[in-house]
Write a protein that binds this ligand. Structure first.
Ligand code: GLN
Length: 199
């Protein structure tokens, strides 16, 4: 199995490490590789779009041609995991903060995102999340200048909520989270993603 991580900016090595550990724990033979240019997308089985700055990741994936190819691969069923800024890019609509930066969204999930949704003063926090797909033990959500998902529609479903805000959404092969599972010790979300790739 080969899983790519978009590596133009942001939390890249953390995802590569978490995927590598999750593969090991699941007994999956494979590797996680950085994706910088179009050719890097040619033979992957899954893709992670990490957190960072959505404006920067958006601009660089557009100018490198990755943007268009990601859309094609996603529509062809490639499993994709987006976290934080990656989640903003997966959305079909953004709030004023997204619009003002002219960020071209991938539009792969039917949802509206609000950028930097928790404001500046409380821009980072941790919280125990109850996520049905992961079993009973709470998952430590690390929120770093995180967006929220204002609403989902169509075939996109709410996957995780925290205090009445949507913090995870899923449509078929695509999962988007507003927090950072790659910087916790808990591998359950990366394991879940790998199982989706295998299925
Ligand atoms: N605030 C960032 C943005 O709007 C996202 C932060 C993150 O990915 N940790 O792009």
């Amino acid at each position: 199995m080969k899983v790519g991580v978009i590596a133009v900016q942001g939390a890249v090595s953390e995802h590569i490490d978490a995927l590598t550990q999750a593969m090991k724990s699941e007994g999956i033979k494979g590797k996680a590789v950085p994706v910088r240019v179009l050719e890097d997308l040619s033979d992957i089985d899954g893709l992670v779009i990490p957190g960072g700055e959505s404006t920067t990741i958006g601009r660089l994936t557009l100018s490198s041609g990755l943007h268009g190819r990601i859309v094609e691969l996603a529509q062809g069923g490639l499993p994709i995991l987006g976290t934080c800024a990656g989640t903003i890019l997966l959305a079909s609509e953004g709030d004023r903060q997204v619009k003002d930066t002219d960020t071209k969204l991938l539009g792969l999930l039917d949802m509206q995102v609000n950028r930097n949704s928790y404001g500046r003063q409380v821009d980072s926090f941790e919280a125990g999340l109850q996520i049905a797909e992961l079993g009973r033990a709470p998952f430590k959500g690390v929120f770093i200048r995180a967006p929220t998902i204002e609403k989902v529609w169509g075939k996109t479903e709410v996957w995780a909520k925290y205090q009445n805000k949507i913090v995870g959404a899923k449509k078929g092969n695509i999962l988007a989270l507003t927090f950072h599972p790659e910087i916790t010790e808990d591998l359950r979300i990366h394991q879940f993603f790998l199982k989706q790739i295998e299925s």
